[in-house]
Design a binder for this molecule. Structure first.
Ligand code: PHE
Length: 335
């Protein structure tokens, strides 16, 4: 048997490991030295033919070399796993297309409304969905024992907090921190404790508007809302004001828009009246200005509150408000 030269073997094996370009190469190197018929395996098997002294010495060295090479091969492996040209990871395979989502119809409508009002000089403001009784009621001229509180079916929480029933509390929050003149819109989510049906939900969205200045009048309100609606529905819209009551405005009115379907001629959507009820509005009540820290002798303005869901339903001809909230993809995929 030729003299066993473990030193040369080690140098050769290290070179082979170094040269390996992929997992296949590495496997070949493993087989060459450590496999069943590998060079080191054969050496270990032939130890029995050596003298006792030789056996001990060579046995120890060969075992050490075996461990050393196993370790070296193991260390090189991870580098190949991801980017080898083998089948493990084929960079040329086309990736699966990611399904990209899209904006919810209410988000589309909110952004459009914000854009139209911003173009008319309004700022977009937000406020908390959890309110206290002061902002949701008292400061809006609705004291604790006032029957008008019954209009809003409220979710009361602990610690005298509640889920806001309208976006009007943000009027007060804004006036507390800002001096007139100003014009703002406040899109936001609101909550009502009521039974759901095609036109009622326990939560929906409103856009509040508030414009205060030295001589802001109902005429300004009419012009701005008519312009807003015409831009939003992409057609000329007429409005009419009917006297109505909200504790936080005086005078108060209900705003009707000419029917977006029949242009006012009368059809089934508008119950043959030619008009659609759209929003509540009015001139800001002096008590509300006072609650917001503004002197009603120097300043006046208008406020309005419009249902965003209702605007979206009219624009896209949706007949059930619950469709916005139940996550049915057959509905959502249409937007
Ligand atoms: N906050 C009223 C509502 O939710 C709407 C409104 C806002 C009316 C501002 C007048 C002025 O019904």
């Amino acid at each position: 048997m030729a003299k066993i030269d473990l030193k040369t073997l080690k140098i050769e094996a290290e070179k082979d490991i170094e040269k390996a370009n992929n997992l296949n190469d590495l496997d070949t190197v493993f087989k060459k030295y450590l496999g069943k018929k590998g060079e080191i395996t054969l050496i270990l098997r032939s130890l029995k033919d050596l003298s006792e002294k030789e056996r001990k010495k060579t046995g120890k060295q060969a075992n050490e070399l075996k461990k050393f090479l196993e370790e070296k091969i193991k260390q090189r492996k991870p580098g190949f796993v991801k980017f080898s040209t083998d089948k493990e990871f084929d960079v040329s395979v086309p990736v699966q297309k990611l399904k990209v989502g899209h904006l919810h119809p209410l988000t589309l409508v909110r952004r459009e409304i914000e854009g139209i009002f911003e173009a008319m000089g309004f700022s977009v403001i937000s406020g908390p969905e959890i309110e206290n009784e002061w902002y949701n009621f008292d400061a809006l001229n609705i004291p604790a024992n006032h029957p008008a509180r019954d209009i809003w079916d409220t979710f009361y929480l602990k610690n005298k907090l509640l889920l806001r029933t309208h976006t009007s509390p943000v009027q007060i929050r804004f006036m507390e921190k800002n001096n007139p003149p100003f014009r703002i819109v406040v899109p936001g989510r609101i909550f009502r404790h009521e039974a759901t049906d095609a036109s009622h939900e326990i939560n929906f969205y409103q856009v509040e508007g508030l414009m205060v200045g030295k001589d802001i009048s109902a005429a300004n309100f009419k012009a701005i809302i008519q312009e807003f609606l015409s831009r939003f529905f992409n057609k000329k819209i007429k409005i009419r004001l009917r006297p109505s009551f909200f504790p936080f405005v005086e005078p108060g009115f209900e705003v009707d828009a000419s029917c977006t379907v029949c242009q006012g001629k009368g059809c089934s959507v508008c119950s043959k009246t030619g008009w659609l009820e759209l929003m509540g509005a009015g001139m800001v009540h002096p008590n509300v200005l006072k609650a917001g820290g503004i002197n009603p002798n120097n300043w006046q303005g208008f406020a309005f509150g419009v249902g965003m869901d209702r605007l979206a339903m009219m624009k896209y001809k949706i007949d059930d408000i619950r469709l916005f909230y139940n996550g049915d993809l057959r509905f959502l995929n249409q937007f």
